[in-house]
Design a protein around this ligand. Structure first.
Ligand SMILES: *Cc1c(COP(=O)(O)O)cnc(C)c1O
Length: 249
């Protein structure tokens, strides 16, 4: 029988030890990467991505001091957010977003990382106006694929269109432009560091126009050290903390 089914409410000491151990390693690696880059350790926020993992893991993480959690699909996120609504957490929405999910996402998100088109700006702004939780902080997701190899549906606006989208977000009364986000390409020989440097350039140009847009959300389990080196302020880690998740689709 599945342990999660047997004892989700009462915790699972083995799982708790496992998460605590991985979290310690990850925090040490983040601190080391900061030190190597000449940055303060508290200049990077760890967002643990809990997609596919149960809310019992969210509780364990919260007890270990992780209050920034992320999800990539609204259906799953909305249920999980509700299950742990007694905790004071900051939920990050990091996945591709559809306009019909904007009302739901706006109801729980502390930061939406994946705004990549004008229609989302309109839909999120309308959602905020409707439920009155202004302002909703947003990042522009930048497509970091070099050339036009196709981005396999990972989303993101082309770098040269970022400034226009930034202006749209900052003109929306219910939204606050907080920075940029990127996902390094999965395939090819180009190192993630080159993609993160491109993101940094876009981040700088957006921040020139909008000085409060200081967040750079970059780096996942396989490449967060390179992202910190290139200036990431938020790293989004799933597997490095929670283990390898079952296939999503
Ligand atoms: C799943 C996901 C992550 C975390 O990925 P890991 O490789 O498990 O660290 C980060 N960012 C986004 C957008 C994701 O969908």
């Amino acid at each position: 029988m599945n342990v999660e089914v047997l004892a989700p409410q009462h915790g699972n000491p083995q799982r708790e030890r496992e998460l605590a151990a991985r979290l310690r390693i990850v925090r040490d690696l983040i601190a080391e990467a900061c030190s190597d880059a000449g940055r303060q350790p508290d200049s990077v926020t760890l967002v643990v991505i809990t997609k596919t993992w149960p809310s019992s893991d969210v509780r364990t993480l919260a007890a270990l001091g992780v209050l920034d959690l992320g999800e990539s699909r609204d259906q799953e996120a909305a249920i999980k957010v509700h299950e742990v609504s007694d905790l004071d957490l900051r939920w990050h929405f990091v996945g591709q977003l559809q306009t019909n999910k904007c009302a739901s996402v706006a109801s729980y998100a502390h930061l939406v990382h994946s705004v990549d088109r004008a229609r989302l700006v309109t839909a999120l702004d309308a959602a905020v106006e409707h439920n009155g939780r202004a302002p909703l902080r947003c990042l522009i997701q930048i497509n970091l694929d070099a050339g036009d190899s196709g981005n396999a549906g990972r989303g993101g606006v082309q770098p040269d269109a970022a400034r226009e989208l930034a202006d749209q977000i900052s003109a929306a009364p219910g939204l606050e432009l907080a920075g940029v986000m990127g996902v390094a390409p999965l395939v090819g020989d180009a190192p993630a560091s080159a993609a993160f440097e491109r993101l940094r350039t876009v981040a700088d140009s957006v921040a020139d126009d909008h000085p409060s847009a200081q967040i750079i959300s970059a780096g996942m389990s396989g490449d967060f050290v390179a992202a910190i080196n290139a200036g990431a302020t938020h790293v989004r880690l799933g597997a490095a903390v929670l283990g390898h998740r079952p296939a999503l689709r």
